[in-house]
Design a protein around this ligand. Structure first.
Ligand code: ADP
Ligand code: UVW
Ligand code: MG
Length: 406
């Protein structure tokens, strides 16, 4: 399986041998090649299509080109699937048109995903290409959490609701966190904090997602590298009426010039850490705003879940920043959350616990692997790996229909 993950600012790829992989969690897959093209959009000519051609060139150079035997399918991360795509699908012209229709809901992401698919179909025309959607894992969020308190007719006419994103990561990490505890995912309640350039939180009850912080688009929720996360919606009217900004200017401001970057001029947590060590006030304040938002979500999702077994930190910041993990859980002893400073400071690339022995809630670092999860789901679709358990029209893990609130 070749997996293409076109993020907002990077293209990651992996070539995985799934022959010996566990169909339930992908364990046993062998990574044959991987790579990343970063900082897309920052320089001239550095767009997604160019990045994809570079990836294809690297694979060809390693003898893993289009004619290499055994390459069975390409799995693509697609960020927005709307209400139409709630499970992986084989990409046809019609599916691609459906993904295009969702561009207005994910303008920073779906165009890159589409570029990846288009170039990949061009370069690997004989191969099945599969789309795996960020929104899919969140399709189980109950109606009372997915709906905004908007006029229902307007919301329904324009598809305005919470979709949620990074679902592949939330699915993989919540399952891996249960495995780290040595428990069945069906028995574990988890809060997953995916903190990359984009960042989102989810509440997962017994393996089923029940709440998440991103909404109609990947702008809502946590403070991110360049995105504001939660705001009073009236900020938008205020900027339009008083500052005279038009819709596109406000969109760019909130998505690309806000978050950590807008607060202190840097969106990379490593640089913010360096500046804080030098006593930089703007960097310190940006950090405190970032972790304050995280603490609010941990508290809120504790209330949503009732019982929390594990809080899992993942993605670039969550996996690497001990300072963020410490500060995001600071003062939460009342919720049974205690991080052990020594364990938290240890570096590593394997899933690990960072909570104190006395902590009622386990706190874990779980390296995410969106590519492995995409490969697993792609493999399942193209081989019908679990065909025996299927109802005939979808994978066994298909989410339950959205529930009405009680
Ligand atoms: N050692 C580190 N310490 C703190 N933050 C880090 C470290 N390494 C990476 N990061 C953060 O991770 C972010 C990227 O996360 P990643 O999950 O790769 O993002 P994305 O997939 O959304 O592009 C960077 O912006 C950086 O702030
Ligand atoms: C959905 C989203 O925010 O993705 P990324 O973190 O790759 O920008
Ligand atoms: Mg990411």
């Amino acid at each position: 399986m070749l997996v293409i993950n076109s993020g907002s600012s990077s293209v990651k790829y992996q070539l995985l041998d799934m022959a010996e992989a566990d169909p339930a969690d992908g364990r046993g897959a062998v990574r044959l090649a991987s790579g990343v093209v970063e900082r897309i959009g920052e320089g001239p000519g550095a767009d997604h299509a160019e990045a994809l051609r570079r990836v294809a060139g690297e694979l060809d150079a390693e003898g893993l080109g289009p004619d290499s035997p055994g390459l069975a399918a390409v799995g693509h991360r697609v960020v927005h699937g709307g209400t139409r795509f709630t499970e992986p699908v084989l990409i046809t012209d019609e599916v691609l048109a459906g993904i295009e229709e969702l561009v207005p809901l994910a303008p920073l992401h779906n165009p890159g995903n589409i570029a990846g698919i288009t170039v990949s179909r061009e370069l690997r025309p004989g191969l099945p290409q599969v789309a795996v959607f960020d929104t899919a894992f969140h399709a189980t969020i109950p109606e009372h959490a997915a709906r905004y308190a908007l006029d229902t007719a307007t919301a329904d006419a324009y598809g305005v609701r919470r979709y949620g994103f990074h679902g592949t990561s939330h699915a993989y990490v919540s399952r891996a966190a249960a495995a780290l505890l040595g428990r069945d995912p069906a028995e574990v309640n988890a809060i997953v904090l995916h903190l990359g350039n984009g960042a989102s939180a989810s509440a997962v009850a017994g393996g089923i997602c029940v709440e998440t912080s991103m909404g109609l688009t990947p702008l809502e929720g946590l403070v991110m590298g360049t995105r504001s996360g939660d705001l009073d919606p009236a900020v938008v009217f205020h900027l339009a009426r008083v500052a005279g900004l038009d819709t596109d200017a406000i969109d760019t401001l909130l998505n690309k010039r806000s978050g950590l970057l807008g607060l202190c001029g840097d969106n990379d947590m490593r640089e913010i850490g360096r500046r804080m060590a030098e006593g930089d006030h703007a960097a310190r304040l940006a950090f405190e705003i970032y972790v304050h938002r995280l603490r609010k979500y941990v508290g809120a999702y504790t209330a949503v879940l009732g019982r929390v077994d594990v809080i899992a930190f993942t993605a670039g910041v969550g996996e690497n920043s001990a300072a963020v993990r410490e500060a995001a859980t600071r003062g939460l002893e009342v919720l049974g959350i205690e991080v052990d400073p020594v364990r938290n400071a240890l570096r590593g690339s394997a899933p690990r616990l960072v909570s104190a022995g006395s902590s009622r809630v386990a706190v874990a670092v779980i390296p995410t692997d969106e590519e492995l999860e995409i490969a697993r789901q792609t493999f399942e679709l193209v081989t019908g790996a679990d065909a025996g358990q299927r109802g005939g029209d979808g994978p066994a893990a298909r989410p339950a229909p959205r529930q009405e609130s009680p």
